[in-house]
Design a protein around this ligand. Structure first.
Ligand code: HEM
Length: 139
């Protein structure tokens, strides 16, 4: 990611944080489970806590993007925990699509090609690290 991408991701995330995280989380998981109903069973029945965990984690990743290396140990541990939740490599694409869709809906007129490109890169970078860490663990 270029410094410009990081700036775009950070400022668009700040705008999104004007939306109640419970609502944002609800939009994201509703989209995910509508498109991928099979994923619902991986998650707890009550999703209230999950909304906040996801948003908090994304907030800390977004704010640490300049020093991505520093976050690697924490991200890798999180990836290994995800193996235990039953998460597979193919799921990362599904989650990425639902996330991008949620960002687009939440940002409305602030969503454009540059924002899309920056977030795509951001998610891919994160997902690649998580997928590699998960595979290292399971091989
Ligand atoms: C790549 C970005 C992702 C981020 C930032 C993220 C973040 C989180 C966080 C912070 C938690 C709380 C528990 C923990 O830290 O271990 C969690 C739990 C979970 N995530 Fe993710 N996740 C990501 C990708 C995925 C993917 C691709 C799936 C596949 C469906 C997934 C499914 C789950 C499930 C099933 C739980 C456990 C819920 C529970 O039993 O409490 N996550 N995620």
């Amino acid at each position: 990611m270029t410094p410009e991408d990081i700036k775009i991701v950070r400022s668009s995330w700040r705008k999104l944080m004007g939306i109640d995280p419970a609502i944002l989380g609800d939009v994201f998981y509703t989209k995910l489970f509508t498109e991928q109903p099979a994923l619902r069973k991986l998650f707890p029945a009550d999703m209230t806590a999950q909304h906040k965990k996801l948003i908090d984690m994304l907030t800390s990743i977004v704010s640490g993007l300049e020093n991505f290396e520093k976050m690697l140990p924490e991200i890798k541990l999180m990836a290994v925990r995800h193996v235990g939740y039953g998460v597979k490599t193919a799921h990362y694409d599904m989650v990425g699509k639902a996330l991008l869709w949620t960002l687009e809906k939440g940002l409305q007129h602030d969503w454009n090609d540059k924002t899309k490109q920056a977030w795509t890169l951001c998610y891919q970078t994160l997902a690649n690290v998580m997928i590699s860490a998960a595979n290292e663990k399971t091989i």
